[in-house]
Design a binder for this molecule. Structure first.
Ligand code: XMP
Length: 319
């Protein structure tokens, strides 16, 4: 619509005025805000923008591929991918406490990001997809660590340490406006309407100690859940839908064989702001397909359970 295209022109002009011929770096997570920021800033300043995507090994199936496809192949953004899964796993070895896991993942993220930025050299600006609500809620609200971790994930101390100026084109925008902007800029719907995904990723969806094999199993189960949610139209009706890996083995039978395999929990919730949430009433026939597919297709899983807890007193994530 004409309003939005005017807005885009103005936003592009503002970015050019602010940046001049300096270099800008942006931490791309694949989430809505950073993706739209990347598309907008790239349209404004082209190759003066470099995006950094940290593959921490805790991402969902083909998530990195998708970001590379959209930003490198389609938009021709200068995208650096830091493949650092091994570094994260090593730092997380033996760690079971959820908050310690978060801290470690956050710290390694900042280290990897900083290393990558140093390699690029001569960077003047750090771009972030900070929204208006993030600006007013710069402190984490109890029960919703997202704001706090966001500042974490938005590489909190980095600008000062590296003497970077901030470029935050969405400081006056709300989420729905950023989505409309993303649409105008030609981002795929699937990116604009993506569910929230925590910074620590699957690291807080494998209960207790994280192992590569657990992550691989979880990724496959999670991909099946998301595929079925999208196929049946339920993906867009819920706030979040994901699988949780339980490192608990239970007995099953498959053909003539006794199995002793792991458990996957399904977590599907409705919410407006993640402060409270209700478990979503997904039709039984859909749940049945999801359960059958996960048990038949994912090696190492012989049981699927459904989380029917609301927030409060439970939380959306299990850790
Ligand atoms: P809980 O589990 O507290 O989650 O009900 C509320 C919302 O926040 C997300 N969440 C996180 N986001 N880093 C993030 O960026 C985190 O450590 C984190 N923990 C929870 C969660 O997915 C939900 O949307």
């Amino acid at each position: 619509d004409w309003k939005m295209s005017n807005y885009v022109d103005q936003a592009i002009q503002d970015i050019r005025d602010q940046v001049g011929d300096s270099r800008v770096i942006l931490g791309l997570s694949g989430g809505v805000d950073s993706s739209v920021a990347a598309a907008l800033i790239h349209r404004a300043i082209g190759d003066q923008l470099t995006c950094v995507f940290v593959d921490n090994g805790l991402l969902r199936l083909r998530e990195r591929d998708r970001v590379e496809q959209v930003f490198r192949d389609h938009f021709h953004v200068d995208l650096r991918v830091a493949k650092s899964g091994k570094r994260f796993l090593k730092a997380l070895k033996g760690v079971t406490d959820p908050e310690r896991k978060r801290k470690i993942i956050g710290k390694i993220f900042v280290d990897v990001f900083e290393d990558t930025v140093k390699k690029i050299g001569d960077v003047d600006f750090l771009a972030q997809g900070t929204l208006y609500p993030d600006v007013i809620e710069s402190v984490a609200i109890d029960g919703n660590p997202a704001a706090l971790i966001k500042s974490h994930h938005n590489v909190g101390g980095l600008p000062k340490r590296m003497k970077l100026k901030l470029l935050e084109p969405f400081r006056e925008l709300f989420k729905d406006e950023v989505r409309a902007l993303g649409k105008e800029l030609g981002l795929p719907d699937e990116m604009i309407w993506r569910h929230p995904f925590p910074g620590p990723g699957l690291g807080v969806r494998v209960m207790g100690e994280i192992k590569k094999s657990y992550l691989d199993t979880l990724r496959e189960a999670d991909a099946i859940l998301l595929e079925e949610m999208k196929r049946t139209g339920y993906y867009s009706k819920v706030w979040q839908a994901f699988c949780v890996f339980l490192p608990v083995q239970t007995v099953g039978v498959m053909g003539d064989e006794r199995t002793y395999d792991y458990v996957i929990a399904l977590r599907v919730v409705e919410s407006v702001d993640a402060m409270t949430a209700d478990w979503a009433h997904i039709p039984h026939d859909i749940l049945q397909i999801i359960s059958n597919r996960i048990i038949n297709e994912v090696k190492g899983v012989n049981r699927v359970v459904l989380d029917i807890s609301s927030k409060p007193p439970s939380t959306i994530e299990w850790e």
